[in-house]
Design a protein around this ligand. Structure first.
Ligand SMILES: NC(=O)c1ccc[n+]([C@@H]2O[C@H](COP(=O)([O-])OP(=O)(O)OC[C@H]3O[C@@H](n4cnc5c(N)ncnc54)[C@H](OP(=O)(O)O)[C@@H]3O)[C@@H](O)[C@H]2O)c1
Length: 279
């Protein structure tokens, strides 16, 4: 699979396998093993998904070597701050049964628990990220759900800039200003919920495009994400869909059709304001 190159030279496969809501049991293991056997080489997990251990086990079962797979995890909301980051990152390594993570992200910029002090807390968290990065335990560091003001605040004390921002990017949600801002800072955009968490499949315009291109709606979404220069993270626990979602390299959407998809504002809902979430 093709790769993007991050700010620090680290190479990252252009499609990642999403695992939010993928259970930590055999259903999950089967899904991740199927994905690895189908050719995915990039798995997106998080402390908050409670399935890091399953991902580690699936990697072993698959027989694919650790060095061949790009693994992302994310810091859980209650674990912000320097000491919490350090201790919970060690837990992540144990659960994944590895001695490094390819990419580690601050999952949310402003958890409820730290709402009165998110600026200082993120600065302390990022210091821990930088130390783990410099120690070689994390190959690339980044953020998720950060908006411009969160990034600006982080950059006041950061020595190393974030290399990735993972945000909700899907049909009808292109976050143009934020994407432009991240690009100016050489951050790669990872597109979470590229299928609108499964809500895209009833959208009439997408059904018409599926007929026109003779590709499934999921394939059109993933292709569109790639054509935007983003890194889509489709999730599935269904073997045929897992394979289907990788078969996106033999067609190209026209500019008009790409614009049409971008313009389906709100067709699968819009992202939450990270300063107002209740977690
Ligand atoms: N950083 C964050 O805050 C954040 C937030 C949300 C998501 N993410 C990441 O982004 C990933 C993807 O987002 P998401 O989980 O919201 O969902 P998604 O990938 O947009 O959609 C997944 C849903 O679509 C279904 N599906 C997948 N492929 C399909 C296909 N080819 N045909 C028909 N249905 C299909 C899946 O069903 P089955 O599984 O039943 O097959 C599931 O219900 C997450 O798993 C996670 O890794 C990150």
């Amino acid at each position: 699979m093709d790769k993007y190159t991050l700010l620090n030279g680290v190479r990252i496969p252009v499609i990642g396998f999403g695992t939010w809501q993928t259970p930590g049991d055999k259903t999950g293991t089967d899904a991740v093993v199927t994905a690895l056997q189908a050719g995915y080489r990039h798995i997106d997990t998080a402390q908050g998904y409670r399935n890091e251990q399953m991902v580690g086990e699936a990697l072993k079962i698959s027989g694919v070597r650790r060095e061949e797979v790009f693994i992302t995890s994310k810091l859980d909301n209650p674990m912000h701050g320097y000491d919490n980051t350090m201790s919970s990152f060690e837990e992540t390594l144990k659960k994944l049964d590895t001695d490094y993570v390819d990419l580690f992200l601050i999952h949310w910029p402003n958890p409820l628990q730290y709402r009165s002090s998110w600026q200082r807390t993120n600065a302390e968290t990022w210091k821990a990220f930088e130390e783990l990065y410099e120690a070689g335990k994390i190959k690339a560091i980044g953020i998720s759900n950060f908006r411009q003001h969160h990034i600006d605040e982080l950059m006041k004390s950061a020595k190393i800039p974030p290399m990735v921002n993972q945000i909700r990017l899907c049909p009808g949600e292109t976050q143009r200003e934020l994407v432009k801002y991240c690009r100016q800072r050489d951050m790669l955009l990872e597109a979470y919920s590229p299928l609108g968490t499964g809500r895209i499949f009833t959208v009439e315009q997408m059904k018409a495009l599926s007929v026109k291109y003779n590709k499934t709606i999921a394939q059109i979404c993933i292709r569109w994400s790639l054509q935007n220069g983003w890194l889509p993270l489709p999730k599935s626990v269904t073997a045929a869909r897992i394979r289907e979602n990788l078969d996106v390299f033999d067609f190209e959407l026209s500019k008009d059709d790409a614009d049409l998809i971008a313009g389906l504002t709100g067709c699968v809902g819009l992202s939450m304001d990270p300063d107002k979430t209740n977690w």
